[in-house]
Design a protein. Sequence first.
Length: 736
Amino acid sequence: MRCRKTLVLSWLYLACCVLTLAACHETQRDNLLDPVLTPGVELSVALDDTAGTATLSWTRYAGETPFAVYRVLRNVQNQVQVDTLAVLAEVDRLTFIDTTLSPDIFYDYRIAVVNEAGFAAVSPPQNTPPLNLPPVQIEALHFDARTASAALSWTPYRGPRFRAYQILRWTEGQTAQVVDEIPDSARTEFSDAGLLGNIEYFYRVVVQTARDEAIVSAEESGMFHPLLASWPLPVEEDEFVRLYWEDPGRLTALVSSKAQVRLLSFDAQGGLLAERILFASPFIGPPLSEIIPRAVTTVLQEDGNRLLGFSVLADDNPIVNESTPSTVLGLLQLDSGGAPILREYPLFNDVLPGVFTGDEGIVLGEARLTGDTPSSGAGLALRMVSIDNVAIYARGDLVFAEDFEEGNLSEWDTAFGDRVEDGRMMVRDGGSFRLVKTDDAWRQLRLEADLSFRLLGFTSLGIGSARGFSRVMLTLSPRAPKLALTWSFRSLDTNQTQRQSFETPFTFLPGVTYRPAVEMVDGQISASIQSPVIWSVLEEGVGHKWGSSASIDDAQAMAYTLGPNGYSLSADGAESRLFEFGDPALVASETRVWSVEGDAEPWVGVALLEVGQVRIRKGGFSTTTKEVRWPINLSVRIGDGLGAVPGKMIAPLSFDGTADGRVFVLDAGNARIQVFDIEGNYITHWTGRAGAGGAFDFGNQFGIDINDFAGSVAVDDEGFIYVADVGNRRIQKFAP
């Protein structure tokens, strides 16, 4: 019985062990921390650059333990900090979109499956390339000088979170400024207006995102009217300069002082083509007379000849006992080399008597030059008269010539009065002179000589001396101003003297060489004068310091100004018409005539220094009357009065017009070039003070005397702008 009981107990123990083992196996299968029962999911990540998001997708949880949540985890690669982006309690929620990406950062993503016990099964990491927020590309940057604007275009933004385009603009040394903000991503163009010439502008397009991110484009830059070239302008401090663009493709600088006028010719790149003196005289200069530099002008004629317009101021002086100055103005014609073109003008043909007969028709034996010059009373010993190239003809043959190159007067029978200087005879103030050459064999005489003067005294050319024969004398009186011819005959039988005198007005320009002639051949008296002056006028009591000129109608006519007066002149100077501007403040410092595309008639304009305006008008010349229609009253007025703000001017010294309808004005008092349209609207300007680059120095810009300013502007056929920057002694060339 005892053994059986033990056997039974053994089996019971074995059964318990089996049951215990069975029980132990069931406990392991229900363990919530068993990773076998809570498997992880499989994750994939897709980056969307356009949307700026990362889309996470994973497989559904397939574990045996109860599901609690998905945790979306993210960390920056190689960093330990892990962020939980989302906690998802729905087992069937298998996607998540990450909208919080920062650009240019590598992320690792994981999905952690968490069961009810808090056990988490984490998926292997998945990474993506960094989010790229692409900057836009500036496709085009175009500057338009005609509107002083810049047109900017760029590629559309292809990235996420767009809020606006910001347009940044700056110049060298300046902080960038936002000039526009565009909230429309499809709008990829911008026009920037109100820009200044000869300044480089820099631009960027910045994309601003909804998260205040700034995505910056590469910079682009450009300008209009840039400085292209600069070359020396050899001028002295007291010289004034005018620029002209002339055919064939050359820039002419007319450089004037109180004593001479020079001409410089440059090619478009600044190469010096020619330099010559157009006019110089030992008589010009204070205290008695001087060239008015700001009234010297020139016009190139179609045949290559040149008209030189200039004025000479006769100052207040004790010689003529006058208290007010006078001005002599005129036009000289020069050939292409700058030499005077002498034209012969017959004198007194309409009043001279007919042919003399007998002894009255004979002159013989003597030719003489005589004259008298008043004294200044101050011991100045000023040069008053110059005599050169004397020629005496008898019966048509040259019998005597004197060019004074020997430096003495030994060839003359009688000579007194002054000295030979610089290869010519010079007569100074306060004296008289007499040159006489005699030969009893001479008959039918002609006398001629080169003479130039100040505006004082007189000089006479005489032929014939013997009693019983005729004597003829031609007298030049510059101050009168007139020419006088006197014939006299003293009879041997009666000892009575017959005399006839004739006068004609004649305006002389100081320092200009004239060649008068007088003769009596076969009983016929004749007189003439050769002169390069095609037109001249003496204005008493006037002291204008500004003048200008321009050719009209293919150089068939000319507009000329002096002070508040305008003259319409024919090309040969034979016809002239005076137009009074009506206000002494309307002083023209520049006159220009130019053509505008689409307009049949030319435009004419004047720069009015004292009122701070340029006035222009279309149809400024009548082809019927050959008269300038001066733009004084019926005109477009450029410049909104005196001032420094854009559109206003101080001393508009010079200007020029272009075929596309723009007007470039040298605003001397503000040291800038201003640009206007043909209707007078301000477009732009560029400015500066003396120094490098495009800075200008036109004189005393802070002074009150307009005569302190000097400078000029001209535009060529292609629109390039040339500026005589006189203070810096250079010419600068700017792009159209």
